[in-house]
Design a protein around this ligand. Structure first.
Ligand SMILES: [Zn+2]
Length: 163
């Protein structure tokens, strides 16, 4: 997996993963390949999908699990299991489930908490938590667009600068 360590711009809708998570995942995947533990559903074809009812569930080894935990969006690639070609329903096999559990157990879902305070001149400032900075690689001179969604909710979109 060559792409793992590459630095790239992260468009807003592409999930991000911390370098630590990536390393762990890489280790996990390496272990799996080393063990040559084959998926019990390998080769399975055209079984009934629990979601849409079609017989379109097939073995897949390129499944991705995605979740937001403690404000971090976590993506675990290269998982094995079944995928429905009709509706996209995914069922992970035991190995993949173990890997997913390893990363998700005991971690709260949700966003980051941050402080809002006065920064002088009557202005209000928000301080990004360190984790956010680490994950998103936000730099000091970067610009952002803030879009209020309601009076309690907003979206902050970083404008691309140097990446
Ligand atoms: Zn389906």
């Amino acid at each position: 997996m060559k792409t793992k360590k590459e630095r790239m711009e992260i468009p807003e809708n592409i999930p991000v993963i911390t370098p630590e998570m990536m390393d762990k995942t890489a280790i996990e995947i390496a272990k799996r390949s080393a063990g040559r533990k084959e998926s019990p559903v390998k080769g399975v074809k055209e079984i009934e999908c629990p979601s849409c009812g079609n017989s379109t569930m097939n073995y897949a080894d390129d499944l991705t699990f995605e979740v937001v935990l403690a404000g971090e969006r976590i993506v675990i690639p290269n998982l094995t299991g079944l995928k429905c070609s009709k509706c996209g329903e995914v069922a992970f096999d035991a190995n993949s489930t173990k890997i997913i559990e390893k990363y998700t157990t005991g971690k709260p879902t949700g966003g980051y908490e941050l402080k809002i305070s006065t920064v002088g001149g009557g202005k209000i400032g928000m301080y990004f938590p360190k984790d956010v900075l680490r994950v998103m690689k936000i730099s000091k001179s970067e610009k952002a667009i803030l879009t209020p969604l309601s009076n309690r909710k907003m979206v902050i979109e970083l404008l691309n600068s140097t990446a």
